[in-house]
Ligand binder design. Structure first.
Ligand code: PEP
Ligand code: MN
Length: 261
């Protein structure tokens, strides 16, 4: 497989490429306020979940299509690129209709070949970067299968997100990193950009910096970090979200060593 760069025009090709924004788009005010603060810290690619795959029913399941308009407003007002998660054909249509710049496939969706195939079929002929999160279960072949489904549909601007793997065992991690799995993926596909999601691996604010540094030491290309203007009040993943100010501090403290293979 030959991949094209996932980078959008004007985003510097320099490690770490940063994607940041709230777990969920909650309200227009929260989306805009967080975006303005992140843009002020130099973030160029904004993330916000519009359809939220919650483990159990009863939680906030996303603001849906209206939130895509808030993301369009983010682009207009801050100049940032905007990205969201897609899990179904409808999500893809709506995201393209509202001009998302980048899409990602969530961990629960990557574990479902029917859903990945549906997304791939819907994206046929569309020129958009797509990031594929690892499946919730530690199954490298399933992750590669999802990459192949998109690639076979003609998409070449593909990247992957390492967000850790579910566990029932008590652990300091929310999702076990199992670093050997993404490392093996990188060994097999050296041109595939790999982005670390320390927010979902760590599950708490205090772990973001250490996991981000580990990813940089392992030569990862980028980081996707959940950031919210008021993390304590977030409607999802509150414990792991950090303010744009904290994000900037963490990024400033990261040590980026030159590539040593
Ligand atoms: C998210 O990015 O907010 C999310 C739902 O992540 P994951 O698919 O990794 O659980
Ligand atoms: Mn989240």
């Amino acid at each position: 497989m030959e991949f094209e760069s996932i980078l959008l025009p004007g985003v510097e090709d320099k490690r770490p490429v940063i994607i940041a924004g709230p777990c969920s788009a909650e309200t227009e005010e929260q989306v805009l306020k967080t975006a303005v603060e992140l843009a002020g810290k130099g973030v160029k690619i904004y993330r916000a979940g519009v359809w939220k795959p919650r483990t159990k029913p009863g939680g906030f399941e996303g603001a849906g299509t209206p939130a895509l308009k808030w993301l369009q407003q983010v682009r207009r007002e801050t100049g940032m690129y905007v990205s969201t998660e897609v899990a179904t054909e409808k999500h893809v249509y709506e995201s393209l209709k509202y001009n998302m710049d980048m899409l990602w496939i969530g961990a629960r969706t990557t574990a479902n070949p029917f859903a990945v195939q549906e997304i791939a079929d819907t994206l046929k002929g569309v020129d958009i970067p797509v990031l594929i999160k690892n499946p919730v279960n530690p199954d490298l072949e399933l992750w590669i299968g999802a990459i192949e489904r998109l690639y076979n549909a003609g998409l070449t601007k593909i990247g992957v997100i390492h967000r850790g793997f579910s566990t029932n065992d008590k652990s300091v991690y929310r999702n076990m990193p199992h670093w050997h799995i993404p490392i093996e993926l990188k060994r097999r596909f050296p041109d595939l950009p790999i982005i670390c999601d320390p927010s979902h691996i760590g599950g708490k604010r205090s772990m973001i910096k250490k996991i981000s540094q580990q990813a940089m030491d392992l030569n990862y290309y980028g980081l996707i970090i959940e950031s919210h203007c008021n993390p304590d009040e977030a409607w999802s993943d509150s414990a792991q979200q950090i303010t744009p100010g904290t994000l900037a501090d963490i990024l400033n403290e990261l040590v980026i060593r030159d590539k040593v293979q």
